[in-house]
Every structure is written in C-alpha cells, then in structure tokens.
Design a protein around this ligand. Sequence first.
Ligand SMILES: NC(=O)c1ccc[n+]([C@@H]2O[C@H](COP(=O)([O-])OP(=O)(O)OC[C@H]3O[C@@H](n4cnc5c(N)ncnc54)[C@H](O)[C@@H]3O)[C@@H](O)[C@H]2O)c1
Length: 309
Amino acid sequence: MELAGKRLLVTGGAGFVGSHLADSLVADNDVLVVDDCSNGNAEWIPDEATFVEGDLTNADVVADVVTEDVDAVFHFAASKAVNTDTPRKQFTENSEMTYNLLERMAEVGVEKFAYTSSSTVYGEAPRPTPEDYAPLEPISVYGAAKLAEESLVSTYAHSHDLQSWVFRFANIVGSRLQPGAVIPDFILKLREDPETLTILGDGRQEKSYMHISECIDAMEHVVEHADADHNVYNLGTRTTTSVNTIADIVADEMGVDPDYEYTGGDRGWTGDVPRMRLSIEKLSALGYRPSQSSDDAVRAATRELIAEL
Ligand SMILES: NC(=O)c1ccc[n+]([C@@H]2O[C@H](COP(=O)([O-])OP(=O)(O)OC[C@H]3O[C@@H](n4cnc5c(N)ncnc54)[C@H](O)[C@@H]3O)[C@@H](O)[C@H]2O)c1
C-alpha cells in the first residue's frame, strides 16, 4: 500500500512509537490519532493530525474512529510492561482493543491493518530468531497477549478481506521513550546518584536495540512493499548490546563514573528474556537494511533522552 494521500488511523498515537509514526505520516496523509493518554503525551501528536481522546476497550470509541472513509489502521495502543502488576488486566485490555478494532474494520469495510507485536512471542528461542521459528512459547503474559492478538490478526486476514502487516519489534529506543525502559531508568538513577548504579539481573543480558527513526522507516518500507494478505516481519538490528554496555554508554554520555551494583540472577524480572536477537533476513530481502548497530542506536537514544528528560 502506498503511504500517500490516505486517511490513516494511528491508535496509541500519543505514545512513543505511534507519535513518531504520526509525525512521519502527516507529511503525505490525513492522520487521525486515538489514545487515552494512559501512557502517552498529547503534546507529541503532530498539529496536522486530528486527535480523539478515548479508550479503545470501549467499542463505542472504536466505532467513532473506525469509519468507512479510513483507508488503514496502524495499531500501536497497548499496555506494554512485561513486569506488570496487573497481568490479567493487561491481557484482557490489549486483546480486547485488537479484537474491537478488527471487528469494527470488518463491519465497515476497512481492509488494511498494521499491528505492532513483539520479540516476546518467541520466548527463549535460539538466536537469531527468524519469523518462521516454532514453537512460539512466550514466557510473559504480555508476550502471550501479543501472540493471541497476532492469531486474531491472522484470522481476520484469512477469513475477511483484510491485508495485514505484523511487526515483531526488538527493543525500540529513542526520543520520547518513557521511564520503565532501561535507558531512561539509568539516566534518572544516575541523576539522583552519580556514584552508584543498581543494575537489575547480572548485567549480562544481551538484546538487540533499534533506533526509532530506523523502526519508522522500516515499518513504512514493509507496508509499501510487502503485499501478501498476512505479512509478518521482525524489526531489529543485527547486533546486540548488553545491559552493562548500556550502563557504560549512559555513564559516558553523562560524564559520570559510577560503581555498578547488581540485583543478581540472569534476568531483570520474571518474564524477562535474558537474550534476544531477531533475524532480519526477511526485512533485508524486502530491501530494508538498518544502517545502525545496536550500540549506535543505544548511544543515539541516550543523547536524545539526556536532552529531554
Ligand atoms: N517500544 C518498544 O520497544 C516495543 C517493543 C515491542 C513492541 N512494542 C509495541 O509497540 C506498541 C507501541 O509501543 P510504545 O513503546 O509506543 O508504547 P507507549 O506506551 O509509549 O504507547 C502506547 C500508547 O497506547 C495508549 N493506550 C494504552 N491503552 C490504551 C487504551 N485502552 N485506549 C487507547 N489508548 C491506549 C497509551 O496511552 C500510549 O500512548 C505497543 O503495542 C507495544 O506493545 C513496543
């Protein structure tokens, strides 16, 4: 689908990834953002977009924003904490939002759907993990909800006239990333105490980080070029960064030299996957190759977040 001259709905468009996508799409499209601002910031929504504040677990809100003149829905609204205190609520609300959107789209004939899934659907799979890796065995409720939602998207793609693009994200980093993610957390902790940094786990967790600018470019590339009914793509970088290296980069950029203390164990919290690297061969074969390494993405994001937090 060409991303020009379209009317596009961005759910979660006041959040980190959704607001950056809305920024990019408004140049050539008519963009409608819906968000309940539970974790977003209305100030990040570009002025050119129309904003509806509402909760997508409410089918009436979904009916208001998904109308027959919408060409495509980009669905980014979700509760995304892997270590949530309210897993049942997260599972119910995330899957309900996705179900509400798909049902309403089928009802009014909106036929294009882009959905943000996550590396967490793979659980502790061997790396680099390709899209066709099986069995998919998530180890967090967040990952289980993503897998359930992917199944709903596949169902609607195969049994209704829906074309879908599912993105399994590595860790996406950059401006507007909120505390709760490792880079903003380290920045805030080091501002409070530049002498000591407490690191969750043993610091040796190794994951792939992708900068938001490349994530947006890659998503747009896939939507414009992948033309199957149901398209599933990993988005990430070829390399990984350890939590210790993130601490080193953040300390270096802040000009401090803290001692590290560890909470211990091989992971930060229950449900955390200590190692994650996604195969991006399918993305490369479609013609998109990220230019940054994972370390580059972490350093660029650290600079942006130091300036804005
Ligand atoms: N950032 C990452 O590294 C990453 C990795 C994997 C997957 N994802 C997925 O990408 C998507 C976007 O993530 P993000 O990092 O931008 O998160 P975010 O929290 O910044 O954005 C999500 C937005 O959804 C909104 N929202 C939540 N519940 C809502 C509801 N019931 N009704 C309306 N709006 C609601 C929030 O207010 C927020 O603005 C999510 O689906 C997330 O699971 C993100």
